[in-house]
Design a protein around this ligand. Structure first.
Ligand SMILES: NC(=O)c1ccc[n+]([C@@H]2O[C@H](COP(=O)([O-])OP(=O)(O)OC[C@H]3O[C@@H](n4cnc5c(N)ncnc54)[C@H](OP(=O)(O)O)[C@@H]3O)[C@@H](O)[C@H]2O)c1
Length: 349
């Protein structure tokens, strides 16, 4: 009888163990993967399981995303910046670094050297464009870096004069960059044929040529008109943002759509940096933290949820622009910089 009791206890224990094992095997894989696929289907409108960044699968943003999709039938990701990994998860499911290097006005060897210096200093986000005439140089620096392709995130843009034949323009960018796929392609400006050009980028995403797509120089009015005409919500919008042109009305509007915001001319743009870097309020805050004015401005961007892509060909500046994570601006300091807004655009678009 005693032996029978013992046997019954052992069987019960084994049954319990096996049921726990099955549960823990299934939860993260089957459900997680199914939700990822479902989210992408919702976004692209196509039954295609696009390869996702592994780390993105683990992101808590996915839980929010799934929940929102189930609740509202639309996908909206948590686009809060992760200051530990220095990345943000885009609504496409891919992770993008929250700071990088811009390459406007850098060409040939100057561009290759700048991107190489940035990559050597840990930068993994590079912004280029057809109009910068340096996609080949960016591609060369990426290929020569020895860094695994998947660790680098390259953004390029189609210019309005390419919108009439976007398929060829996309092929042209792929060929010039020569890095396999494009992480992100943006339309550089609104212009004739922009909806068709965007739809062509959507197709290139479905074909695996581009991973994420977005817009540049689209503000509230332009977005209200444009978004109902497309299928895939932009993952990113890149607009002019600096302490003298803050777009405090536009940023929350874009964020509310689950779209990440990236700022161009973060330091005011060439010809304007002295005004911003020499600003008394910014300099004082920089002194208090033992940082440079440039670092304070870039950190202000990050704390506002704006991805920063300062341009530089100076290796010391390139390094300096990566050292943004060993200090934090107080609420009061953020407010002081917010108060500098002059609605002063430094370029026409
Ligand atoms: N989508 C669009 O329409 C659009 C428009 C404009 C720009 N963009 C993108 O945004 C990126 C950033 O804009 P940008 O490069 O024109 O302007 P920016 O980043 O505001 O300023 C670049 C200037 O800042 C200087 N600089 C950089 N880091 C510095 C530091 N730590 N201390 C002092 N000076 C520093 C650079 O000089 P040094 O070379 O001497 O460091 C350069 O003269 C562009 O490169 C491009 O990728 C997009």
């Amino acid at each position: 009888m005693k032996r029978l009791c013992k046997l019954a206890i052992v069987i019960l224990f084994m049954l319990l163990l096996s049921s726990c094992g099955q549960k823990s095997d299934r939860e993260p894989n089957a459900e997680g993967e199914a939700d990822q696929t479902k989210s992408i289907e919702a976004e692209t409108g196509k039954a295609k399981n696009i390869e996702m960044d592994e780390s993105a699968e683990e992101s808590p943003a996915d839980e929010n995303n799934t929940q929102t999709q189930e609740d509202e039938g639309a996908m909206k990701r948590d686009i809060t910046f992760d200051f530990k990994t220095k990345t943000v998860t885009l609504n496409s499911g891919y992770r993008m670094p929250i700071y990088g290097i811009g390459t406007y006005s850098l060409t040939d060897s100057e561009c290759i050297d700048s991107v190489t210096a940035a990559l050597e200093n840990g930068v993994r986000l590079i912004d280029t464009a057809y109009m910068y005439h340096n996609e080949e140089s960016v591609g060369e620096a990426v290929r020569n870096s020895g860094i695994p392709r998947e660790e680098i995130f390259v953004i390029t843009k189609l210019y309005p004069n390419q919108f009439s034949d976007p398929e060829s323009a996309i092929e042209d960018a792929l060929k010039k960059l020569d890095i396999g796929y494009i992480d992100m392609m943006l339309l550089h400006h609104p212009g004739a044929g922009d909806v068709d050009a965007y739809l062509a980028m959507e197709k290139a995403v479905a074909d695996g040529k581009i991973r994420s797509i977005g817009l540049s120089n689209w503000y509230v009015e332009e977005l209200e008109e444009f978004l109902p005409q497309i299928t895939v919500t932009p993952a990113l919008i890149q607009n002019e943002i600096h302490p003298y042109y803050q777009e405090n009305d536009v940023i929350p509007y874009i964020h509310d759509l689950g779209i990440v915001v990236q700022g161009w001319y973060p330091l005011g743009g060439r010809g304007h940096t002295a005004e911003l870097l020499g600003n008394e309020v910014i300099s004082k805050i920089a002194d208090a933290h033992g940082k440079s004015s440039a670092q304070v401005i870039l950190r202000w961007n990050l704390q506002k949820g704006v991805v920063a892509i300062p341009g530089s060909s100076n290796p010391d500046h390139i390094k300096e622009n990566t050292e943004l994570f060993d200090f934090e601006l107080t609420e009061d300091e953020m407010e002081q910089i917010n108060a500098l807004d002059r609605d002063e655009k430094h370029d026409w678009y």
